[in-house]
Design a protein around this ligand. Structure first.
Ligand code: NAD
Ligand code: UDP
Ligand code: UDP
Length: 328
């Protein structure tokens, strides 16, 4: 396939999703500028890309202005796991809001397309199920998740105001729980926690009774959705849900991981964090119709890849620090 080589900026490019996106864009023949302050991202995630002459990494915090020349921007910079985004909540909101303003200002000066990594958290603890893009959400504006949820909601507002006011070409994706290799081993997210616990034979920590649901998308599927959305015609602004519509309870996920990793871990129940959404699953009708996109990797296959990754990480002696606890 012949492609026009573009200069693409990926903010948060050293993170879990960002590093996979950089890899994909390089494979598609583009020139990639990865911008990251390494708050939750790791140089290890992009070390294998550094020898590529089409790849460049820049340490920078998106809360500060950035003057570079590119053709497209993917704005992913923001800690994504509850323990990380609640660690310094003021910085989380600043990253979402000031980061969006700076990247939108950059896109406005360059007149280039800009993609925003928004989130299913804009729906909060949803009362509509599965969640469609026109559902406006049920978010607690003053709770411990608000720094992330409201920051991302405000970023969406900014994207749509730059679209209306400055005729910017925007793409807003609402990403649902995604997993795969290069997740941070101690970011406290459910898939990484359960796999690391299972591999170490430690108790699997289910918060609440495990009946809350999530739908898990494998990273390669998600990145395909990003690229298709960016390539779509300019009327396709989003917001558009990207995620896997197969819903599981957290207890089912624990059982799956114990089984696939051959672990002898037992289950340990812990308190449910404050404002933890009870039920979450995307309606991806819009992504199917507009992008011709849907996830292809079944949970079992994706989990096997993730287990292999964490197994290697642990055997290399990269002993993860114990996961912090979310606010309960
Ligand atoms: P991640 O924490 O691995 O990656 C985020 C990256 O952003 C990290 O490399 C981090 O160092 C960087 N970063 C944070 N603050 C920054 C700042 N101020 N300036 C520059 N860089 C900064 O998380 P991820 O899972 O890869 O998530 C990437 C994006 O996707 C985030 O915006 C997140 O909100 C969104 N998202 C992810 C998921 C998911 O399930 N993984 C779900 C919904 C939304
Ligand atoms: N900005 C940036 N890079 C650019 C252009 C702008 O980082 O190439 C930042 C700059 O800090 C500015 C913000 O983006 O404050 C918003 O830019 P915009 O042009 O929308 O607003 P203004 O400059 O009027 O504040
Ligand atoms: N969870 C859990 N045990 C863990 C980590 C998370 O039971 O060790 C639960 C958490 O309470 C939530 C779900 O798993 O109901 C997904 O949590 P995660 O932090 O991965 O993402 P969220 O969708 O809540 O942002």
């Amino acid at each position: 396939m012949s492609v026009t080589k573009k200069r693409v900026l990926v903010t948060g490019g050293a993170g879990f999703l960002g590093s996979h996106l950089c890899e994909r864009l390089l494979a598609d023949g583009h020139d990639v500028l990865c911008v990251d302050n390494y708050f939750t991202g790791r140089k290890d995630n992009i070390a294998h890309l550094l020898p590529n002459p089409n790849f460049e990494a820049l340490r920078h915090d998106v809360c500060f202005p950035l003057y570079v020349e590119v053709d497209e921007i993917y704005n992913l910079a923001c800690p994504a796991s509850p323990i990380h985004y609640q660690h310094d909540p003021v910085q989380t909101t600043k990253t979402s809001v000031s980061g969006a303003i700076n990247m939108l200002g950059l896109a406005k000066r360059l007149r280039c397309k800009i993609f925003q990594a928004s989130t299913s958290e804009v729906y909060g603890d949803p009362s509509v199920h599965p969640q469609t893009e026109d559902y406006r959400g049920n978010v607690n504006p003053i709770g411990p998740r608000a720094c992330y949820d409201e920051g991302k909601r405000c970023a969406e507002t900014l994207f749509f105001d730059y679209y209306r006011q400055h005729k910017l070409r925007i793409r807003v994706a609402r990403i649902f729980n995604t997993y795969g290799p290069r997740m941070h081993p101690n970011d406290g997210r459910v898939v990484s926690n359960f796999i690391v616990q299972a591999l170490k034979g430690e108790p699997i920590t289910i918060y609440g009774d495990g009946s809350q649901t999530r739908a898990f998308c494998y990273v390669d599927d998600l990145i395909e959705g990003f690229v298709r959305l960016m390539a779509a015609s300019d009327e396709v602004t989003g917001p558009i849900n990207l995620g896997n519509p197969v819903e599981n309870t957290v207890a089912q996920l624990a059982a799956r991981i114990i089984d696939l990793s051959g672990s002898r871990s037992r289950i340990e129940y812990r308190p449910l964090p404050v404002d933890d959404p009870v039920q979450r699953c995307p309606d991806i009708t819009r992504a199917r119709n507009v992008l011709g996109w849907e996830p292809r990797v079944p949970l079992e296959i994706g989990l096997r890849h993730a287990i292999e990754f964490f197994d290697r990480l642990l055997s290399e002696g990269a002993e993860p620090a114990p996961a912090l606890s979310p606010t309960v």
